[in-house]
Write a protein that binds this ligand. Structure first.
Ligand code: ADP
Length: 203
């Protein structure tokens, strides 16, 4: 009991001293100072939009590296009617959710409208994209500039792929899958791909 009380006193006096120091360091902040990123309205939220058909180690690496930049990353799986998808959207959502089940900072959602509208709904101020080649850069640049006009307060942030992921893309992985090949080296460990491919007809 005595120890418990002593503990309480020392925690209180520690927080008093630290708040006192903070108030001296920055007199504009009062004793209720909190880190801006921790307040809900100021969270750095990024949307990582894509088809992820399927999600590869290239995508995974971008998300994992970007976790140090943002408080929350929302993997947004867009449905584009003009594209024919290999893995149904619900399965892609589920698979990626399983992969990030233990990472609170990552959410996985699908959307059917414009990516800019999705960002607005998510209250995201950043859009995350990965770059592999100069062709990626040219393509991404025009999309980012159009998005910038449509939604000026959302910044597109590009991350360069790791050299070992530069040639990995979903369409090559799909091609291998269609012929029943082993794609385990290209998809994240922990992505339950097999489960979703079982019972599917190969093309
Ligand atoms: P989209 O249909 O929008 O191109 P993708 O699922 O192919 O969707 O890609 C989503 C994002 O991930 C894009 O920014 C793309 O450039 C990036 N990306 C894809 N593969 C890789 C990789 N191997 N390394 C880094 N970024 C990648």
């Amino acid at each position: 009991m005595h120890t418990h009380q002593a503990g309480k006193v020392s925690v209180r006096s520690y927080s008093f001293v630290s708040n006192y120091i903070k108030s001296k360091v920055n007199p504009l902040k009062n004793f209720a100072y909190v880190c801006p990123a921790q307040t809900s309205g100021k969270m750095r939220i990024a949307v990582f939009p894509g088809s992820f058909d399927p999600f590869t180690i290239g995508h995974e690496s971008i998300v994992n590296r970007a976790l140090s930049l943002f408080d929350k990353i929302i993997i947004g799986i867009g449905t584009n009617n003009s594209k024919r998808f290999f893995i149904p959207i619900e399965d892609r959502v589920e698979m990626i959710r399983v992969l990030y089940a233990h990472v609170n900072e990552v959410e996985v959602l699908s959307y059917t409208d414009l990516t800019t509208e999705f960002c607005k709904r998510m209250n995201a101020k950043f859009m995350l994209r990965g770059l592999r080649t100069s062709a990626d850069f040219e393509y991404e640049k025009s999309i980012a500039q159009v998005n910038q006009v449509m939604l000026p307060d959302v910044e597109t942030v590009f991350m360069l792929t790791l050299p070992e992921h530069a040639s990995i893309n979903s369409s090559v992985v799909r091609e291998v899958l269609q012929f029943g090949g082993d794609v385990s080296k290209f998809i994240p460990k922990g992505l339950p791909m097999e489960k979703y491919l079982l019972g599917r007809n190969k093309l």
